[in-house]
Design a binder for this molecule. Sequence first.
Ligand code: THU
Length: 134
Amino acid sequence: MTEDDLIAAAREAAERSYAPYSNFAVGAALAFADGSVVTGTNIENASYGLSLCAETVAVSKAMANGVRGGLVRVAVTGPGVEPITPCGRCRQVLNELAQLGGTDPEILCVGPEQTHRVKLSELLPRAFGPASLG
Ligand code: THU
């Protein structure tokens, strides 16, 4: 799966966004070491605070399928003019899956004109994770 393919998968996922309140359709695509890809999109709720981000939905889908590591790359797309970066909660949720497999995934923050590449450990330094519980 190339970088462009992963970004395309995230954009395709965003087409299935349920975001009637923000009208801000986000897509996420997780790439794993075995070549598999799991996507997610944001799912909002009439009780606004219960809305789920695209990255959280993607991680939940993967973990519900039994995945427990191997996360090597993540693409996140949004409708804004700037590349979108995962929110704080999603950084923590991504970190759980990443730490389980001992990886530090590259996060592709995708905008209409440019893509920022950053490691998860840069977005969430000194992360609290499974290993922190001893
Ligand atoms: N959103 C995501 O899906 N991922 C992020 O990392 C940031 C925000 C969603 C949540 C909400 O449905 C919409 O974008 C506007 O905040």
